[in-house]
Design a protein around this ligand. Structure first.
Ligand code: DGY
Length: 420
């Protein structure tokens, strides 16, 4: 019995449902009412995992609403601005990107959708041709727009595209971003969340400079691939895509489609993934595609290799997880807790994220590390029991971090951490 078992699971399940219902905007679920008042790509897909626990149709609607915002290029944007809201910055007027028939951001986010569509389908839903085609186009977009050289690793051209905004990995590559044209702006995130839990202004200046670069280049994939001052190969996005490609191939086979091209993409990613292995760090690390420099420490995404079906360095990864567990009461911190840049409260520089835990634990269970998978699930359960359903958690003392009443934490309780 973990400490999470002293909790009132039924009350938390009620609370989790209430959070999803409260954050429902009819067809999509906002991540957290004031902090993120639009549809976010991977947030929404995790929301579907939660909805499926008590309203299957609503779960499918969540995915379908996201697919409606697909760009002609196949890109699925990271934010879809279905409504006008003044509580978020940078809004549609800054992004100037409306290629999908509605305003959106101009970058994407980790492609978890195929994996969740498979999950919903296996639980008795339909694998539709329309969904298969949309996701196939999105995956193809990743390969052409974010890996034009065919190296088998996905670049992110903005820290927000990784979903892990202020990871220490991005610090050095971001130094190359010129912020002289950024000008003045007013952040809205700090109206809702303590500054100590959010990225610094120096990061935001660079986030905005990269948005301005995209706007100046008309969000043209080729120009961005050739000229973006920030191009970093990300093991997080790559692992999630590799898993998603396997699940897309499953969907294709179920529909009787030819999946040869998907299998080729899978093979390229499988071979490519080894480029993330950093022998000096003993784990998988991101690397700067402009300079070749590797990040020097692991992140929670390093543990996504098993989820991607990559088992080459399993023993080393388990050693690494063991070492992290000796530093932090709660697994899995977003960044190596032994490193100087680790900050237990600051967004992606330390806090534990429930949905990343879910992905890591899924992979570890699949490769037979059931003890670690269960440890990660019971830590997540204990965190929610102790701190409710905030955006993320302090890995050291288990306290709540970031925005309140958070959709993906509620969803992860319903579908995973809250289940016995
Ligand atoms: C934010 O605004 O903090 C988001 O993470 C961007 O996607």
């Amino acid at each position: 019995m973990g400490e999470g078992d002293a909790i009132d699971a039924e009350a938390l399940t009620e609370e989790a449902r209430r959070i999803l219902i409260e954050n429902d905007r009819g067809g999509y679920t906002v991540p957290s009412a004031r902090l993120y008042p639009f549809q976010w790509n991977w947030d929404s897909v995790f929301a579907a995992v939660g909805w499926a626990e008590f309203d299957r149709d609503r779960a499918w609607r969540e995915i379908d609403t996201l697919l409606e915002a697909q760009w002609p290029s196949g890109m699925l944007p990271h934010i879809v601005f279905w409504t006008e809201e003044s509580t978020y910055f940078p809004g549609p007027d800054v992004w100037c990107a409306d290629r999908g028939g509605t305003s959106s951001s101009g970058i994407s986010q980790p492609p978890v959708a195929a994996t969740v569509i498979r999950r919903l389908s296996e639980a008795g839903g339909e694998v539709s041709e329309r969904r298969f085609d949309a996701i196939d186009r999105w995956h193809r977009w990743w390969h052409t727009a974010r890996d034009p050289e065919g190296r088998g690793v996905m670049a992110v051209v903005h820290p927000w595209e990784s979903g892990r905004d202020n990871l220490p990995d991005w610090d050095r590559p971001l130094c190359a971003v010129d912020i002289s044209g950024v000008g003045g702006y007013s952040r809205r995130d700090l109206d809702v969340v303590d500054q100590a839990m959010r990225p610094h202004k120096a990061d935001y200046d660079r986030y905005l400079a990269l948005v301005q670069f995209g706007v100046a280049n008309d969000w043209d994939d080729e120009r961005i691939a050739l000229g973006s001052p920030f191009r970093v190969a990300d093991p997080g996005v790559t692992a999630i895509l590799l898993r998603a490609e396997r699940d897309l191939a499953w969907m294709g086979r179920t529909l009787g489609r030819d999946v040869t091209v998907i299998e080729e993409r899978i093979a390229r990613l499988e071979t490519g993934f080894e480029q993330f292995w950093n022998p000096a760090a003993g784990t998988y690390c991101s690397f700067d595609l402009l300079t070749g420099a590797m990040a020097e420490a692991g992140t929670s995404a390093s543990f996504l290799a098993p989820y991607a079906g990559v088992t080459d360095h399993l023993d080393e990864l388990v050693d690494e997880l063991t070492a992290w567990s000796e530093r932090c009461r709660f697994l899995v911190p977003s960044f190596d807790p032994r490193h100087d840049a680790f900050e237990p409260l600051r967004y992606w520089r330390g806090p534990v994220w429930s949905m990343v835990n879910f992905l890591i634990a899924t992979g570890l269970r699949e490769v037979g590390h059931c003890h670690w998978a269960e440890r990660i699930r019971s830590d997540t359960r204990a965190l929610i029991g102790r701190s409710g359903m905030p955006e993320s958690f302090d890995p050291v003392d288990g306290g709540p971090v970031g925005g309140p009443r958070f959709t993906w934490t509620a969803a992860m309780w319903l579908a995973w951490a809250g289940r016995m």
